[in-house]
Design a protein around this ligand. Structure first.
Ligand SMILES: Nc1ncnc2c1ncn2[C@@H]1O[C@H](COP(=O)(O)OP(=O)(O)OP(=O)(O)O)[C@@H](O)[C@H]1O
Ligand SMILES: [Mg+2]
Length: 288
C-alpha cells in the first residue's frame, strides 16, 4: 500500500522562522553567533539551517565544511541555478545544516543587476525550502527547518538586502567596544527602508552584546549605553569574550562541541532559550 498523496503545486508549506544576523560593521560576532546560536537551538530540539551569505565563507569553515565540498553554494541558490536543498550540507551537529558560500558570491550583485526580483531571490528560495505540508513522509526527501539563520556579510549591499527581505526579524550582534553604537543608526535606517519597501513585517528581534570583557570598565559602559539606546530590544544574555569561542572555528567546530562547559558555550545556550522565549511572546501577541 502506498501513502503517497498527489499535491497541488501551491500546497502550503510549514515556514521556518527566518532570522538574519546583520551588522555592516566587521568582526562584531555575526558569524560566531550564527554558528553557536544555531548549534544551541539544534541542541534544544530545533531543526536549523544556517545560510552562509558572506563570500568570506567563515560560517562554512567554522562548521568544518572544507572548500572542496562547496560544489553547490548560496551563490547558485541566489542566481536561481539550484534549489536550496541541493546546496545544503550536514554538519557534525545533529539537526544543524548549512548552505555554504564561496567567493563566487562576491560577484552576485553584478550578476543580478537589472533583474526585477533581485532583492527577493533569497526569500523566494526559502519559501520553497520546506516540503508542502500535505506531503507524506515517504515523499519528503528531508526534514523541515524550524529556524533559518542567515549570516550576512559586513556590508549593506544587495546580499544583505536579500537577507532582510527574506527575514522575519533581524538579530544584531554588537561588540562591547568603544564604537559599538557607531553605524547602528545606519543599520536601523536600512531595516526601516526594507520594511517600507520590500518586507513590511520585518522587525528587530534583538541586539546581542558580544565579546564582553568583565575586567574592562569600558565593556560595562557600552552595555549601559546600548541598553539606554535600544531598551528592551537588548537581550539579557551577554556573550563574554572567551578564548574557547575564538579557538573553536580553527577546529571546524562550534564552541558547544569544542568545549561545552566554557562560559562562551553556556552563554550561547542561554541566548538560544531567550530567543525561543521571545518567539513565544511574539507569537502570543500576534495571535491575540
Ligand atoms: N565571544 C567571543 N570571544 C572571543 N572571541 C570572539 C568571540 N566572538 C567572536 N570572537 C572572535 O572575533 C572575531 C570576529 O568574529 P566573527 O567572525 O564572528 O565576526 P563577524 O561579525 O562575523 O565578522 P565579519 O564582519 O568579518 O563577517 C573572530 O576571530 C572570532 O573568533
Ligand atoms: Mg562573519
Amino acid at each position: 500500500m502506498t501513502d503517497e498523496v498527489p499535491l497541488a503545486p501551491n500546497a502550503p508549506r510549514p515556514m521556518p522562522r527566518v532570522l538574519a544576523l546583520a551588522n555592516q560593521k566587521g568582526g562584531v560576532g555575526k558569524t560566531t553567533t550564527a554558528i553557536n546560536l544555531g548549534t544551541a537551538l539544534a541542541a534544544i530540539g530545533e531543526t536549523v539551517l544556517i545560510v552562509d551569505l558572506d563570500p568570506q565563507g567563515n560560517a562554512s569553515t567554522g562548521l568544518g565544511i572544507d572548500r572542496r565540498s562547496r560544489r553547490v553554494s548560496t551563490y547558485d541558490v541566489l542566481t536561481g541555478e539550484v534549489e536550496f536543498r541541493d546546496a545544503i550540507l550536514e554538519t557534525a551537529v545533529p539537526r544543524l545544516h548549512i548552505a555554504p558560500s564561496t567567493m563566487d558570491l562576491s560577484g552576485v550583485e553584478l550578476e543580478l543587476a537589472g533583474q526585477r526580483d533581485r532583492a527577493y531571490r533569497l526569500r523566494d528560495a526559502i519559501r520553497r525550502l520546506n516540503a508542502p505540508s500535505g506531503m507524506s513522509i515517504r515523499q519528503r526527501n528531508d526534514i523541515d527547518y524550524t529556524y533559518v539563520l542567515i549570516d550576512c556579510p559586513p556590508s549593506l549591499n544587495l546580499i544583505t538586502v536579500n537577507a532582510m527581505a527574506a527575514a522575519n526579524a533581524i538579530l544584531v550582534p554588537l561588540q562591547c567596544e568603544f564604537f559599538a553604537l557607531e553605524g547602528l543608526s545606519q543599520l536601523l535606517k536600512t531595516v526601516e527602508q526594507v520594511r517600507s519597501t520590500l518586507n513590511p513585517d520585518l522587525t528587530i528581534h534583538g541586539v546581542v552584546l558580544t565579546m564582553f570583557d568583565a575586567r574592562n570598565n569600558l565593556s560595562s559602559q557600552v552595555v549601559e549605553d546600548v541598553r539606554q539606546f535600544m531598551g528592551e530590544k537588548v537581550y539579557e544574555t551577554i556573550i563574554p569574550r572567551n578564548v574557547r569561542v575564538s579557538e573553536a572555528p580553527s577546529y571546524g567546530k562550534p564552541v558547544l562541541l569544542y568545549d561545552l562547559k566554557c562560559v562562551g558555550s553556556q552563554a550561547y545556550l542561554r541566548l538560544a532559550s531567550e530567543i525561543i522565549q521571545r518567539e513565544r511572546t511574539l507569537r502570543a501577541t500576534a495571535a491575540a
